[in-house]
Design a protein. Structure first.
Lengths: 222, 221
């Protein structure tokens, strides 16, 4: 019997949230050990549990996986969220990589100087609406299917939904010009495993607040 | 019959060089269409050839691949440089992502604001010496094999050796205390395909000079 994956990260979204989404979407239950102090991070580093002395780190199947993309790829491959052949996998890769570029802006946003934060919301909104959303809107419109690739749930759907919802928290009408993405958001949110993750009491983390930002500085600042 | 892969990028290393290395190491001949002006880039965008309006873009097997990692993942899989199973792929992915993190710092150094360049260079040297080189040296020491994963050449070895060349361009002394990395570099460099790529006249691109940086700035502003 397999042990549950164990996630090592502060108690907030950051770079681990995509992993939580992916595991949840795959219906995999997991445990979390929250980093709260610098000492805890040092303990992980000294114990040689972190290949590059960084988190995220996920203990899974006897491995200590680090690097967000490695973790996501492993989960996607193991739990069949990576398409049915190399071409589908490659499409999923492209869509995920594009979406992660956008999500990166969201992840770093709380750590910008306060005077830069509003400007950055404008910038990420423009990027979303001009560069990324039109691509996915067209894909969905052209094939008329529920999922982005291969008519089945993949990592691409999960990461895109995560990103859309995070953006909607900052800009509620960001999908106004994208009817297929609006429909996509509803449909993917209703996939049973994802629906469960979106309910209160799940391991989905709330938007980053001052407490989270301060915790991160405490643990990671040089 | 498939044509050769066609790489679309400007005439510099940037985010395309790791793809050039990987294709070359795999013994795959490729062509390049160089972007030399903002108009060249605009043309590609207007044709709808660039999914997110960005390069790198590689035409291969009937697809127009974008996003560096997606491109590399496809090539590595196609040419059997991505391990034999999911666990080997996980190790390769971790190592490759670590290489990419350090590679990103080196890539962005030329465009750092002048006041920040020295600090950024110092940080690169520190991370190379204390974080990345020790991690890879330890991997090689732990199994004593010739290659990082599965006792077989993989993309992890190719990307790491490429990175070692860039580190040496910044400061040749940084690899001094890493004998196994030096050995890996020598081993990979002497593979016939890599040896050929390292010779003058290949499609390998030189370090960024001021002229190429200015050209890049005009195209990508």
């Amino acid at each position: 019997m397999e042990a549950r994956p164990k996630l090592h990260y502060p108690n907030g979204r950051g770079r681990m949230e995509s992993v939580r989404w992916a595991l949840a979407a795959a219906g995999v239950e997991f445990d979390e050990e929250f980093l709260e102090t610098r000492e805890q991070l040092h303990k992980l580093q000294k114990g040689k549990h972190l290949l590059f002395q960084q988190v995220p780190m996920v203990e899974i199947d006897g491995m200590k996986l680090v690097q967000t993309r490695s973790i996501l790829h492993y989960i996607a491959e193991k739990y069949h969220l990576f398409g049915s052949d190399l071409k589908e996998k490659t499409l999923i890769d492209m869509y995920v990589e594009g979406t992660l570029d956008l999500l990166e802006m969201i992840i770093t946003h709380p750590f910008l100087k306060p005077e830069d934060q509003q400007k950055e919301v404008v910038s990420m909104t423009q990027k979303a609406v001009i560069r990324y959303f039109p691509v996915f809107e067209k894909i969905l419109r052209d094939h008329g299917q529920k999922f982005l690739v291969g008519n089945q749930l993949s990592l691409a759907d999960v990461i895109l939904l995560q990103t859309i919802l995070a953006l909607e928290e900052k800009v509620p009408n960001i999908l106004a010009a994208f009817p297929h993405l609006q429909e996509f958001t509803v449909k993917i949110s209703n996939v049973p495993t994802i629906k469960k993750f979106l309910e209160p009491g799940s391991k989905k983390k709330p938007p980053p607040d001052d407490v989270y930002v301060r915790t991160v500085y405490t643990i990671f600042a040089p | 019959m498939a044509g050769k892969p066609m790489l679309h990028y400007f005439n510099g290393r940037g985010r395309m060089e790791s793809t050039r290395w990987l294709l070359a190491a795999a013994g795959v001949e490729f062509e390049e269409k160089l972007i030399e002006s903002p108009e060249d880039l605009k043309k590609l965008v207007n044709e709808g050839s660039l999914m997110f309006q960005q390069v790198p873009m590689v035409e291969i097997d009937g697809m127009k691949l974008v996003q560096t990692r997606a491109i590399l993942n496809y090539i590595a899989t196609k040419y059997n440089l991505y391990g034999k199973d999911i666990k080997e792929r996980a190790l390769i992915d971790m190592y490759v992502e670590g290489v990419a993190d350090l590679g990103e710092m080196i890539l962005l150094l030329p465009v750092a604001p002048p006041g920040e360049k020295d600090a950024k260079l110092a940080l690169i040297k520190e991370k190379t010496t204390n974080r990345y080189f020790p991690a890879f040296e330890k991997v090689l020491k732990s199994h004593g094999q010739d290659y990082l994963v599965g006792n077989k050449l993989s993309r992890a070895d190719i990307h790491l050796v490429e990175l070692i060349y860039y580190v040496e361009e910044l400061d040749p002394s940084l690899i001094a205390n890493f004998p196994l990395l030096k050995a890996l570099k020598a081993r990979v460099s002497s593979l016939p395909t890599v040896k050929k790529f390292l010779q003058p006249g290949s499609q390998r691109k030189p370090p960024l000079d001021q002229k190429t940086l200015e050209q890049g700035r005009k195209i990508f502003k």
